[in-house]
Design a protein around this ligand. Structure first.
Ligand SMILES: [Fe+2]
Ligand SMILES: [Fe+2]
Length: 261
């Protein structure tokens, strides 16, 4: 089976790109299952019920979140009502929503787990121990397991990747909005990339107007972020997995604006 993971989709430009193109991308790359990070899909960051529904209608099977999970109050309705939207599992146990979803495709059961790193991020429970416990809980409930590890540094991501190498089928990083070129099959067989990168405006910083971010770093003043507009690029990764054995055959990084022929 072929699983597509899409990194942070940013604001209306990123959303529109997915609404208009995901169907064709799915058929171009023979995708069976699609996971997308939706933490920046709302204009104010976070996600709303309307956006979650539109992404799912466009072909996203599971939506993951991150440090912007609670940036938009509408997320409470999303996490209450839509089981296909998950938030980092290592928030305190009392936090609303869940960090894992298991989808039964008939021929296989796929678990998606969302976790968040702790380096340069908000204080949160240990992602290693929380996910370790969760894998124990779901071990007889899922055949294929994929993790979105939402974290800032490649060192924490690669440590997490190696810690769970051979225990899950694929791990992809999100959050930095910059794609890394380190896609690989780790020694014990887990498909891995440190960061998938964003689907958002190319000529921007993180999908925000670049002048604002540049000025912020130059002056150290706080500015109100405005989303950039312009040509969007799509950043994703395809894991080709034998669903009977769990073997990862290939990891293919995608990065384009116009879908390749
Ligand atoms: Fe993030
Ligand atoms: Fe993000």
């Amino acid at each position: 089976m072929r699983i597509l993971a899409i990194g942070d989709i940013v604001a209306s430009c990123g959303r529109e790109y997915i609404y208009n193109n995901l169907g064709r991308i799915r058929s171009r790359y023979n995708i069976d299952f699609c996971i997308a990070n939706g933490e920046n899909t709302a204009t104010t960051n976070g996600i709303t019920p309307e956006i979650a529904n539109s992404l799912i209608d466009s072909g996203v099977d599971v939506i993951t979140l991150g440090n912007h999970t609670f940036s938009n109050k509408a997320v409470y309705n999303v996490l209450d009502d839509n089981r296909r939207v998950i938030r980092p599992i290592n928030y305190p146990p009392e936090t609303i929503g869940v960090g894992t979803v298991i989808e039964d495709l008939g021929y296989t059961r796929i678990a998606v787990i969302n976790a968040m790193g702790r380096v340069n991020m908000e204080p949160i429970d240990c992602p290693f121990r929380t996910v370790e416990k969760e894998l124990e809980r779901i071990k007889d409930k899922a055949d294929i397991t994929v993790i979105d590890f939402h974290a800032e540094t490649s060192s924490e991501k690669l440590a997490f990747g190696n810690f769970f190498d051979g225990k899950v089928n694929a791990i992809f990083g999100t959050h930095t909005h910059i794609q890394t070129a380190d896609e690989q099959i780790l020694p014990s067989g887990t498909g891995y990339i440190s960061d998938v990168g964003m689907t958002g405006v190319m000529d921007s910083v993180l999908g925000v107007k670049k002048e604002i971010i540049t000025e912020m770093y130059y002056t150290r003043r706080r500015y109100r972020f405005e989303k950039a507009e312009g040509v969007v690029w799509f950043n994703g990764i395809v894991f080709d997995i034998d669903h009977k054995t769990g073997t990862v055959n290939s990891v293919e990084r995608l990065r384009f604006s116009r879908i390749p022929e």
